[in-house]
Design a protein. Structure first.
Length: 134
């Protein structure tokens, strides 16, 4: 038996998929949503998997500070130096910044913060969602 809790938050980000055949190869933005689910085999002394306040002060604060209103780019994107020199807030990642890879990025960060994360979902629109499971 196990317990799980999830929390959603909204964040805005820009990105592009440089080798995409369609319009996603152009720099564009999303009003995205992320849902993070963590799990525990037992509840703490307060009867919780984790206090939701810990989400806000931990992984949610990181998303707000490090991803919200930033442009997420592949480390080899030729636009990277230009946008960085223009003073834009850039997040450089080792993969194409698809919703799938952004979910994996958030998953890894949540794990590194000690959360027993089992799933991260990222909606880039109200109808399009990608999921990364640990």
């Amino acid at each position: 038996m196990s317990y799980s809790i999830s929390r959603q938050m909204d964040f805005c980000y820009g990105h592009r998929l440089p080798d995409h055949a369609g319009k996603c190869r152009f720099l564009h933005g999303h009003n995205g949503r992320v849902e993070i689910t963590i799990q525990a085999d037992s509840l703490d002394d307060g009867g919780m998997v984790m206090d939701f306040g810990e989400f806000r002060s931990g992984i949610e604060a990181w998303i707000d500070e490090e991803l919200d209103h930033h442009t997420i780019l592949f480390r080899e994107d030729p636009l990277l130096p230009l946008l960085r020199n223009a003073g834009q807030k850039i997040v450089e990642i080792d993969s194409i910044p698809t919703a799938e890879n952004i979910a994996a990025l958030i998953f890894g960060k949540a794990q590194s913060m000690g959360l027993n994360v089992i799933r991260v979902r990222v909606w880039e629109t109200a109808r399009n969602m990608a999921e990364f499971n640990g």
